[in-house]
Write a protein that binds this ligand. Sequence first.
Ligand code: HEC
Length: 357
Amino acid sequence: MTARHAVSLTTATFLAFVATSTAAAADLANGQRIFETVCAACHGPGGRPDPDSPVVSAFDPLPADLSDPLFNSREPAGDWELVVKNGGHALGLSAQMPAQGDALSEADVRDVVAYVKTLADTRSYPPGEMNFFLPVRTKKAFPEDEIVWKSRWDGRDGEDVWRNVLEVEKRLGRRGQGLVEVIHEDDGATSEITEVEIGYKHALRWNAATQSILSGALVVAIPTDSDEPEEVIPYLAYGRAWSDRWVFQGSLTAAFPTDDAGSGEAAVAGAVHYRWTPWPRRVFPGLELTATIPFRDPGGDRVQFTVVPQLRFGLTRGGHVALNLGLELPLSDQSWDYRAHVNLLWDFADGSFFKGW
Ligand code: HEC
């Protein structure tokens, strides 16, 4: 056997393996047949609705373009299976998207959604399956479009501090995200904007088979008080679905003050969420652990640990607006007794704040 034969034989075996392993998960030929007979009249044969068609122009809103790789990649297949089975209304979309749960079997629904996922070449876009729940402290890897209001109450002996952060994160290109944060603090005596943060995050790699994603980011924190140093904050964020139900996310952050980089600190955080149902408007428990390590030994406990039990409340039917409540407790000496976190998140790629309540 020549080397070339060996290569083509290996390739053929590999392709056969890929074909059988995807066929076991979803029958794309069946999916295509269903799409063409049931869905194409509204969605267009290639997934792009024809605005000149009288059927399509009657819709408000028009069905999205399923052949657009950004749109196609960012919505998890599981959400689309719910939409196809239960109709658009079930996830806060238009009821003009009809429920097919009576006409199609579970396998048919899986097949047709798997086929819809092939209507765009999404290889260079991180899949929406890895857009995991935002934890309280752990950084998130997926570059979604999100506006988050984070409110934190630090309970301290006699001098509580209330901190509010408005965070705007916007997808840039295939795998990037720009982010801006404005931080306001109120300690009873003064109430002011203390800092602005500007950054960029990039999805470095992901793996659809293991549902894992790794991103890197660089943030610059600019204090409003000109006596305070700026900080440069690189971080890595990782997420992985251990199973359908269990999701792990972890992040590694370092903060370097520009006047004295050695006086900065590193932070490690890890979060686990239990996704017990595919329905987004439910309550999901999570647990986080964090460790903060100053670069320079401060004397005493060097590493400070905290634990953050939390609950995510999906508020809209599609879960694009959600509330996250967490209680952070020190596991080692801290300057505070507890921290109460309230985060309100709005994934604005999925539509207006008021859609689908
Ligand atoms: C009678 C017309 C019609 C038929 C038939 C139809 N759809 Fe839809 N579909 C719509 C409309 C309209 C929307 C837009 C809903 C919205 O955005 O509020 C939609 C939305 C969707 C979405 C949601 C996209 C998102 O915004 O996340 C998916 C996925 C989808 N359809 C897939 C299918 C599949 C698969 C079939 C066939 C099994 C199908 N549709 C059949 C009209 C239809």
